[in-house]
Design a protein around this ligand. Structure first.
Ligand code: SAM
Length: 208
């Protein structure tokens, strides 16, 4: 996570929805660790993470420490961690799941439109890296795609995507999302509850 400017601010709803989705997408055989969180974000996420029954989703753990401190504490070496970086030279491949890497690292950062390359901060730490194609994905989509490639062995270019989809709420209201998503049944896969949240958010912006 990037530095929290206001440490008393609650984690925004959309972040909660994305983070919970990351745990579901990773599945019960994985662990998802959220690092470099303020004390209040850590507390919020820790109580949020009690929401899934055991066996339903990945274990979710919130940490105040940064990723390097966590790796040191767990004895994880840099070359076993794959940074998912849109600017990496190599694409992620199914073989990357066969022991080459033990952990996959995602930037817990806002997707700017246009992207501002904030993954560059993690790149600077020297992790080996892989890209998931040229278009920025939401962090939960990036995790889901990583899992499809390294666990389910589906090559990156065989996954069905939609770029910059328009989410339609009704005949008059819609919103365009500036990301690439995985498609299921013709629709982008959003975190459960995100559709409703986007609609509430849209209405609030007109609520003076
Ligand atoms: N706007 C951000 C930037 O400029 O770096 C990207 C934010 S993206 C919402 C959050 C994280 O998802 C990235 O830090 C990266 O780890 C992962 N990600 C998203 N799209 C990706 C892609 N096409 N290739 C590799 N990683 C990606």
């Amino acid at each position: 996570m990037e530095e929290d400017e206001d440490t008393s601010r609650a984690i925004p709803k959309w972040v909660e929805l994305e983070y919970s989705h990351m745990r579901t997408l990773a599945g019960p055989e994985s662990e998802v660790h959220f690092t470099h969180l303020s004390k209040s974000s850590c507390d919020t996420l820790t109580s949020l993470f009690t929401q899934f029954a055991a066996g339903e989703a990945a274990l979710g753990v919130a940490h105040p420490e940064g990723v390097l401190e966590l790796m040191k504490a767990r004895g994880v070496s840099l070359d076993k961690v794959c940074l998912l970086d849109p600017k990496a030279e190599k694409p992620l491949a199914p073989e990357d799941g066969d022991g080459r890497f033990e952990w996959f690292l995602f930037g817990g950062i806002l997707g700017d439109d246009p992207p501002r390359d904030r993954t560059g901060e993690l790149r600077g730490l020297g992790f080996p890296s892989r890209h998931l194609g040229p278009i920025q994905m939401t962090t939960d989509t990036a995790l889901g795609v990583t899992k499809l490639v390294v666990r389910n062995k589906i090559p990156l270019d065989k996954i069905p995507y939609v770029d910059h989809p328009t989410i339609v709420f009704n005949a008059k209201e819609s919103v365009e999302m500036p990301f690439r998503y995985v498609v299921k049944n013709g629709q982008p896969i959003l975190p459960p509850g995100m559709h409703e949240h986007l609609y509430e958010d849209l209405n609030q912006s007109f609520d003076f």
